[in-house]
Design a protein around this ligand. Structure first.
Ligand code: ATP
Length: 582
């Protein structure tokens, strides 16, 4: 892969487009010399009487016509370069965003433990926006300026090499100053970026937790943490701008000294009779013209260094190995077996699941029970391959889940979790996520079976009602029923159910129970149970304690064993009689 393509993380098309953009910008730069050429002719015509000649009005009209033609050419060149630089860089950044998003989708959940959400959002939005800006406003112009200035200076050297050198010499010097300060920029930018991430994390936490913050009277404490984070970000932004400003201004001063140098050399050569007046004026006018875009470029150049940091972050993200596997292998049976499975969330963390040997039969209900933190949710996450086991094997229908493509595996499973994720879309589309190929009739049928229809019909625009962010406009019970409708529509053979811990009112609970009974009919169901009385009829109950299987069997068998399950069940039965003020 060519170095430039690798450096800017471009697709083959993106690289081709970049070369096209450089060519277009170079063409624009050369086209801008045309009006200058016409102007020189007009000046020479006008000062003709001073050297004993006469103004030819015919020629003046010709120059006028040429001026209009040149304006047309410049317009066409600009239009072409706008299309090549801006349109193509926006297309490239769209494809980069999609590539990143696709990649993130396939990454193991362990990544989300080590990176927080605001960092990933920064990767997707800010870093790609930086790359978009650099590819549209800086790189093509940088190459085009370098090519056009070198060619123009080389051509001018034919008239007078000393003047051409005076014109050219400060350009590399100015760029050298910017290059020299690269490390300082890098450090300042990195600090600013870290502060920005910390501040966006604080803002997110503050907004998401606003209810708790108000309820617990934490306004002052939490607000001052947010204020500090924003203040640090502002301080570092000023430091970064100041640092950048010093070097950019220095480079601009050095560059503009080139104008003074050209004028000084020109007048010296003129007084010594070594250059004529017209060529001298021509050099001065050209130097002013060619420095214009370079001055703008110098202010943008530091962004090229920030861009390298953004590219590194994107590369680091792309370097994470996605979870892969066979996407064709069919699962024919749904019995699930854990053999000597060990699992920990973090390499240096505690073991969450230890030496697990257990089978979940195909068909029927298997309940996972145990004290809080015993590993019930973790077991369900391993079954769904959200995470991979560290040791041992986990099979479904005799197939090791590690050999299966996660998305393919997912097609065999439906989830009803407590923390239902709803999208800022219509109710209809939120249900349809379960099966994007479903017909409207199938979506409605699922909604009805999940007892959603009644509350949806009461809304002014029914199924077309837009849900707020994460369905914030719905009650807990309604959200849960929508997620059941989704699972019903998916109609997967394995159902993973996380029973709601929060108490629902009796009516909601009855509706949810009814919806769940429809969902699990004829399926292999794994239910994470918090209220043991709801799973007394389960075919199998697995009792977990500190990541180990403590007991297993039916409700009757476990009660007879008089162990942990018996203890948990008795405690819950006693708490049923508890009431406020009792
Ligand atoms: P609960 O009934 O309270 O929901 P649980 O039995 O489902 O608990 P898990 O959620 O599986 O328990 O958690 C088991 C252990 O793993 C806990 O100690 C928990 O802190 C830890 N844990 C859970 N999720 C993560 C994670 N993403 N990263 C690190 N540790 C985790």
């Amino acid at each position: 892969m060519p170095k430039l393509q690798e450096l800017f993380m471009l697709t083959d098309k993106g690289y081709k487009d970049l070369k096209g953009a450089i060519a277009a910008c170079t063409l624009t730069n050369f086209s801008l010399m045309l009006p200058f050429g016409v102007m020189m002719q007009v000046i020479m015509e006008l000062i003709g009487p001073l050297t004993g000649g006469e103004i030819s009005w015919n020629r003046m009209w010709l120059y006028f016509g040429l001026g209009i033609a040149v304006a047309g050419i410049v317009f066409l060149c600009h239009k072409n370069d706008y299309k090549k630089t801006y349109t193509t860089s926006y297309t490239q950044s769209e494809s980069t965003r999609i590539t990143l998003a696709e990649h993130i989708r396939k990454l193991p959940m362990s990544l989300f433990n080590s990176k927080d959400l605001s960092e990933l959002t920064t990767n997707l939005m800010d870093d790609v926006a930086t790359s978009e800006h650099v590819l549209s406003h800086i790189v093509p112009q940088l190459f085009a300026n370098a090519i056009s200035i070198t060619v123009i200076c080389a051509m001018m050297a034919i008239f007078d090499w000393r003047m051409a050198l005076a014109m050219f010499i400060t350009v590399p010097l100015a760029f050298f100053i910017i290059l020299f300060s690269r490390r300082i920029y890098g450090k300042l930018h990195q600090k600013h970026m870290d502060a920005k991430l910390a501040a966006s994390g604080q803002v997110q936490e503050y907004i998401e937790g606003i209810k708790v913050i108000r309820a617990c009277n934490l306004d002052g404490e939490k607000f001052s943490a947010l204020e500090n984070a924003l203040r640090t970000m502002m301080r570092l932004a000023v430091a970064m701008e100041l640092g950048t400003g010093i070097f950019v201004t220095g480079a601009q001063v050095v560059l503009q000294a080139g104008i003074g140098l050209t004028v000084l050399l020109g007048t010296t050569l003129l007084t010594n009779g070594q250059i004529a007046f017209i060529p001298m004026i021509m050099f001065v006018m050209i130097v002013v013209r060619i420095y214009g875009p370079v001055l703008v470029e110098l202010t943008l150049l530091p962004e090229l260094f920030y861009f390298q940091i953004a590219i590194k972050r994107m590369r680091d993200l792309m370097a994470f190995q996605p979870m892969e596997g066979n996407a064709e292998k069919e699962i024919k049976q749904y019995n699930i077996a854990f053999e000597d499975v060990d699992f920990r969330y973090n390499d240096d963390g505690e073991q969450t699941i230890s030496g697990m040997n257990v089978t979940i039969p195909s068909g029927g209900i298997t309940a996972l029970v145990g004290p809080s933190g015993s590993g019930k949710s973790t077991v369900s996450r391993l079954i769904a391959r959200f995470w991979d086991t560290n040791k041992g094997t986990l099979t479904i229908g005799g197939i090791d889940v590690k050999t299966l493509d996660p998305e393919h595996l997912m097609s065999y499973m439906s989830f009803v979790f407590q923390d239902v994720v709803l999208f800022n879309d219509t109710i209809y589309n939120n249900i349809r996520i379960g099966n994007m190929d479903a017909t409207p009739e199938e979506v409605m049928a699922a909604a009805k079976a999940a007892c959603c229809d009644e509350f949806v019909q009461k809304l002014p625009v029914g199924y077309d009602t837009m849900l707020g962010e994460n369905g914030s406009t719905l009650s807990g019970g309604e959200r849960q029923r929508l997620s059941i409708a989704r699972a019903l529509l998916k109609d997967a053979p394995i159902v993973l159910l996380d029973e709601a811990t929060a108490s629902l009112d009796p009516e909601n609970e009855a509706l949810i129970q009814r919806a769940i009974s429809t969902l699990i009919e004829g399926k292999t169901v794994i239910v994470i149970a918090h209220r043991l009385r709801t799973i007394t009829g389960a075919e199998k109950i697995i009792v977990l304690d500190k990541g180990r299987v403590a007991e297993q069997g039916t409700h009757q068998e476990l009660i007879r064993q008089n162990g942990l399950y018996h203890k948990l069940f008795t405690i819950q039965q006693e708490s049923l009689g508890w009431s406020v003020g009792a």
